[in-house]
Each structure stands twice: as structure tokens, then as C-alpha cells.
Design a protein around this ligand. Structure first.
Ligand SMILES: [Zn+2]
Length: 202
């Protein structure tokens, strides 16, 4: 993993720093906030860009990405995620954040004129577990398909735990938190974080 040099004029620097502070504001557990920017809009006025609340575990209302829901719209559990892992992670904060982000994109962003880029930051205090990595992949594919492969879609997983690729057990199910292929970044204010990017260009 290599550290990039800071870009002092990167408008995302402040946004990422603020979101990382937000997800660290509470003491215990994993927190996630998703930020969506259409055509690089960073006003977060809910018209061209949107930020979800900071989601905690068990935020609720998250059928689409739980990987355990029997609902017709929900994603079925992928074969490489065990039943136990899907169940234990089905209320993770990412599940609610991705659902909220998906709802805004398919409700609001899709109605905007001349969309050429949708950029989503999924910011957490800890990197995603293996099941949530799969959820982020499904979400990314959903957004590419929502715009029928006609717009650039970027989904960044962003977190700042020192161990960017940490193994932990939950009820005897081992999972790795964070991506082995994450890249290290530093904001102009010196805030260090890890990022894993999924990117689609038409
Ligand atoms: Zn998870």
C-alpha cells in the first residue's frame, strides 16, 4: 500500500474529513455514512447531492442489501457468503446506509437532467466486513444499471482505522474488515484514510 501525496485543492478533502469525524462521534460500534454527489455537486442540498444520516447497526428498513431478506426486490445471498455471515452482518450499518443511498439515487438522482457522473462515498469508522464488501459490490452494480451504463459511477469505501485489513471474529465467523487492496491517502489537513474504489466509465 502506498501513500499518495496530498492535493491541497481537492474539494473532497473537507467532505471526507467531516464524514470521518461524524462516524467517530459515537463511542462504540460500527458507523457508516453515505454521501452522493451528482456531477461533482458538493452542496448536499438534497437536489444534486445527498448525505445520509450516520447509520448505526440495526438502523432498520434495509431489505435490499441485507442478503437475508426473502423479499422479491432484495438481493439473494451470494454463494461465497455463508448463511451465518450473512445473518450476523444483516443489520450492519452499511446495510442501512446503502439502502438510503439507493433510495435517493433511484428517487431523485434519476430525475436529474444531463447526469454524467455519480460519485458515492461510503464512509465508515472501520472498513467493511466481507459480507459488506459484497453488498458494496452489489450496490455499485445497481447504480451502474440504474443509469443503464451511460454515466460514470464511482463508489468509494473510505475508512481510517490504522489496520486497513483487519481480521476479526463475530460469533466464531471470521471476517476481514477493510480491503487488502485499499490505497492510503492524506487530506491537505493531514488526515490519513484508506480508500477502495469501484469505478465504471461508459
Ligand atoms: Zn459488515
Amino acid at each position: 500500500m502506498s501513500l499518495s501525496t496530498p492535493h491541497s485543492n481537492d474539494p473532497l478533502d473537507k467532505i471526507i474529513s467531516a464524514a470521518l469525524s461524524d462516524v467517530h462521534a459515537s463511542a462504540e460500534g460500527l458507523y457508516t455514512q453515505a454521501l452522493i454527489m451528482v456531477n461533482d455537486d458538493v452542496t448536499f442540498n438534497q437536489e444534486n447531492s445527498y448525505q445520509t444520516a450516520v447509520k448505526t447497526a440495526s438502523s432498520g428498513g434495509e431489505a435490499l442489501y441485507s442478503l437475508t431478506s426473502k423479499s422479491q426486490d432484495a438481493h439473494p445471498r451470494p454463494h461465497d457468503i455463508s448463511e451465518d455471515e450473512a445473518r450476523l452482518s444483516s443489520h450492519d450499518s452499511e446495510v442501512a446506509a446503502l439502502q438510503d443511498a439507493y433510495d435517493w439515487i433511484t428517487g431523485q438522482a434519476i430525475t436529474l437532467k444531463e447526469v454524467h457522473k455519480v460519485h458515492v462515498l461510503v464512509v465508515g469508522n472501520i472498513g467493511p466486513c466481507d459480507a459488506c464488501k459484497k453488498r458494496l459490490e452489489l450496490f455499485f452494480n445497481d447504480i451502474v444499471q440504474t443509469f443503464e451504463g451511460k454515466v460514470t459511477v464511482i463508489v468509494d469505501s473510505v475508512y481510517d482505522t490504522p489496520e486497513s485489513n483487519k481480521q476479526a471474529k463475530r460469533h466464531n465467523v471470521a471476517s476481514v474488515y477493510g480491503y487488502a487492496k485499499a490505497t492510503g491517502h492524506t487530506t491537505s489537513a493531514g488526515k490519513q484514510y484508506w480508500r477502495f474504489r469501484q469505478e465504471f466509465r461508459p
